[in-house]
Each structure stands twice: as C-alpha cells, then as structure tokens.
Design a binder for this molecule. Structure first.
Ligand SMILES: [Zn+2]
Length: 238
C-alpha cells in the first residue's frame, strides 16, 4: 500500500458558502488545504470524526480559510500559460481567446470582441509575450482607475495623491494614509470591473479611517452598499 492514506469515504460540506470536500482517512489529525488555482477546499479527517465535529473544526478556522482562498485568488496567471494562439486569457472577468501574430515590429495587444490579438516579434519567447500582455493589462487597469477616481474622489470627498499598479501576493490593494498613495493589484484587471471599483473605494475609505473598524465599515456601507457581494466576487475563481 502507498503511504498516502486511502480515503474511506468522502462528503461535501458548505462552510458559509464555501464548498468543502471531506475525506475520511486512517490518520490521526485533521488536515486542511486550499488548492491552487481552483480554490477548492479539501479536508482530510480521521475516520472516527463525525461530520458535525469536522464542521465545527472548519468553522473555527473560517477566517484562515477565507484568507487562504484570497491568497490563491490573487496568484498571477497559472505558470503553464504560454501566450500562444488558442489560450484563454481573462479581461474584466471575461475569457478571451488569444490570437498571436508574429511581425517584425510593433509588439502590441488589442482586444477585438472575444479575442485578444497579440503581435509578437519573431525572437520572442513566452516570457516576453507575457511582458507585452502585462504592459497592456497595466494600461487597461490604469485607464479604468483614472476614470473611477474621477467619479469616486469627488463623491466621497477623499482625494489620493497618486496611485500605482503592481503584482501583489497577499492584498488586492493598499493605501498609505500619510503619502495618500494607493496601490492596486494588477490581477484586478482579470476580475469583473466591479471588483476594482470595490477595492478602490475600500482604499479611499482608509483616507478617513485607518483601521478596519466599525466606523470604516459604516463608511463603506454608505459609499458602496453592496461592497460585501463585491468582496465575495473578488475572491471567487472566475
Ligand atoms: Zn483595508
């Protein structure tokens, strides 16, 4: 027999809308894992544990579970992407088929309906094609952030000094309240546009309130009443 314990039975649980697969095994302790990139949650439990006990154990780890899923949702595109024709790439929550043309000059990306048309140079490899895509993604999100700031800053009466876009592993955004600079995660360009709007309003709210306290959430409720749904959407795998 292999070292990996065989599953005796498996069951599905819902922990606050998060589907969890339970596998009962001949083991001593419970193990919890969040799989990337799907965000699927799996728990291995000793066979003497009842589903009720497992459920209680999971609820105690609920906050950790949410954090882990957020982390997985923030991971950049799967490394197996090669940036070749036929691949699916996301833009504002929608899948687009990549179409790569090789030309001598003019590396660029264009969105045409459901296609992303990438012009690559003859000697470019996957990394270089990814760089062209990321540069283009950065332009798209920058334009969107500028438009959103024009709407939200006067509406909220909160003004940032500048913003930047970068890949971040553990956050969707951040706000330096002293310099009034906002950072946004580049991956937001692949989520529905409501997600970027939610993160931006969240960061602007920090200009009023530094901490995630009652006052902060009251302000969020006032500015963006559906922010909870948007937060969920941001951390979904779509
Ligand atoms: Zn915050």
């Amino acid at each position: 027999m292999s070292k990996e314990s065989k599953s005796l039975y498996s069951a599905k649980l819902l922990i606050n809308d998060i589907p969890v697969t339970v596998k009962s095994k001949r083991i001593k302790n419970m193990y919890l894992r969040v799989r990337a990139p799907s965000g699927d949650v799996e728990v291995s439990a000793p066979r003497q544990c009842s589903l009720n006990e497992i459920e209680r154990w999971l609820f105690e780890r609920h906050d950790w579970l949410i954090k882990q899923r957020e982390r997985v949702a923030m991971q950049p595109s799967p490394p197996e992407l090669q940036f070749v024709s036929g691949e699916e790439h996301k833009l504002w929550g929608k899948s687009h088929t990549l179409d790569v043309a090789v030309k001598k000059r003019g590396a660029s990306v264009k969105c045409e309906g459901e296609q992303l048309q990438l012009v690559s140079l003859p000697h470019y490899n996957a990394d270089q094609r990814k760089k062209i895509m990321d540069r283009w993604y950065r332009e798209q999100i920058t334009r969107e952030v500028e438009a959103l700031l024009d709407i939200w800053q006067p509406r909220m009466g909160a003004y940032s000094n500048s913003f930047g876009i970068r890949a971040m592993k553990t956050r969707w955004g951040s706000c330096n309240i002293r310099s009034k600079k906002i950072w946004l995660n580049l991956e937001l360009v692949k989520k529905p546009a409501e997600c970027l709007e939610y993160v931006l309003v969240h960061e602007l709210t920090h200009l009023f309130e530094r901490y995630h306290n009652v006052r902060f959430y009251a302000l969020m409720d006032e500015f963006l009443p559906d922010w909870r749904e948007r937060k969920k959407l941001t951390n979904q795998f779509i």
